[in-house]
Design a protein around this ligand. Sequence first.
Ligand SMILES: [Zn+2]
Length: 79
Amino acid sequence: MSEQHGPINQEHEKQTIQVSRLKTACGSPLTNKTVSTIFEGRKIYFCEKECLDEFNLDPKAFLKSEHFLIRWEDLEKVA
Ligand SMILES: [Zn+2]
């Protein structure tokens, strides 16, 4: 799906702006390929399934690696 701009997509556009503040673990904007997981009470987004797979191999190592480009505190808390 490509980005479309126009009056028809206004409703969709609003939603996009709202979530665009959030970024994936790699610092990329959220796209339709984005997947997410919950780890230690925070929701983490990944640009694609491959990134999530890498995370699942060793979550702690991933969070410390250079692949993790956002601040832990910026992640959405989930109860
Ligand atoms: Zn990634």
